[in-house]
Design a protein around this ligand. Structure first.
Ligand code: ZN
Length: 130
């Protein structure tokens, strides 16, 4: 019989993924504001929330702007990954390793919700063994 996570577990995964999507959407809103704000030199609270770097001294406007775009790209990639994870829940294949069909451990899924391979298979793949 094919292994898969119970409905109850999947529901919990879904909730955790949806929460993250909300958070990412918020962050993207903040970054977007940062992009719009850029140019007036006031330190908006949204920027403070997003950037806790120690590079403030090096920051020029264009540097900040570039950083915002990079962050934005990263967040939106992450958002897409979470969407893919939700799709996998809908399809009933969430948490199942594509290669060995074993269950991917919960901790890994919570960390990387769009994981499609278990750590073992991922390692093997890296080494070109799969
Ligand atoms: Zn595997």
């Amino acid at each position: 019989m094919a292994k898969k996570y119970s409905k109850e577990k999947l529901k919990r995964f879904r909730i955790s993924i949806e929460k993250r999507m909300e958070k990412v959407a918020e962050d993207m809103g903040d970054i977007h504001e940062g992009i719009l704000d850029n140019g007036n030199n006031s330190e908006g609270s949204s920027q403070e929330a997003v950037f806790s770097t120690h590079m403030a001294d090096a920051g020029t406007d264009s540097f900040e702007q570039e950083k915002n775009y990079i962050l934005m790209g990263r967040e939106s990639d992450y958002y897409k990954n979470l969407e893919v994870a939700l799709d996998r829940i809908d399809e009933g294949i969430f948490g199942i390793c594509k290669i060995c069909a074993e269950l991917i451990p919960e901790e890994r899924l919570l960390e990387v919700p769009n994981a499609t391979k278990c750590v073992g298979c991922k390692e093997k793949e890296k080494l070109g063994l799969v």
